[in-house]
Write a protein that binds this ligand. Sequence first.
Ligand code: SAH
Length: 259
Amino acid sequence: MNNENNTIHGIDVDLICNFFLNTERQGPGSPEATLKALSFIDNLTDQSMIADLGCGTGGQTMNLAQHTPGHITGIDFFPGFIDRFNTNAGKLNLQDRVKGIVGSMDNLHFREEELDLIWCEGAIYNIGFERGLNEWRKYLKTGGYIAVSESAWFTAERPAEIHNFWMEAYSEIDTIPNKVAQIQKAGYIPVATFILPETCWTEHYFAPLAKAREIFIHQHAGNKTVEELIKFQHYEEELYSKYKEFYGYVFFIAKKIEQ
Ligand code: SAH
């Protein structure tokens, strides 16, 4: 989220966040993809300390919590998301080991080597992939894991329209091997990468967005900013269906090693 002037693609951040309160997820993904990523991680016990950075309302965090022992701290910039996160944790009776805190991923409160696992679905772009990998590494124990999902190019080249869209939105998007090389360079062993299936976009992201739009249009009839947001979402969906063989979301799982 490029929120230097409190806008994303020129649209007010608070409005966007309020919109996403009507969705379970705030980015492409699915419970199956979360569990697949988790299957590569082998060091967790009921003593484990886990952080979910840019957790949003906690869709993936709750999945994670239901399939892992240990304590999970969700961190997100937007207080409305954290309220919803903690309500969701309570509803699932996870409140003793799953807590959401308002905070920023570029100013974390963890102690060095405190964490066994850092999770981050569709959110590391807010700080940048390489910066996140480098800055967060100190909070992990040696042998601890990081699991992040991030946009990536599937091919070495792609049509100008989609290339230019991403260069403006997030110029750190790169090919999978380049991302893996960045992981290695930052002091981790790349353990696994997999491309999120199309359904993580269509069924688990775009379809719920369409439902949320219906609610939102109703609540904000005639609001120009809402119209802009909706127009942008339609454009994003159009681009995805047109160019999905060239880009998508990729899960990267890596293990911290001594350096
Ligand atoms: N992980 C969730 C949300 C992804 S959307 C999911 O996959 O559904 C990206 C999230 O990053 C949003 O919830 C946004 O509020 C949060 N975010 C943006 N900038 C942040 C920052 N600097 N620190 C922490 N969270 C941030």
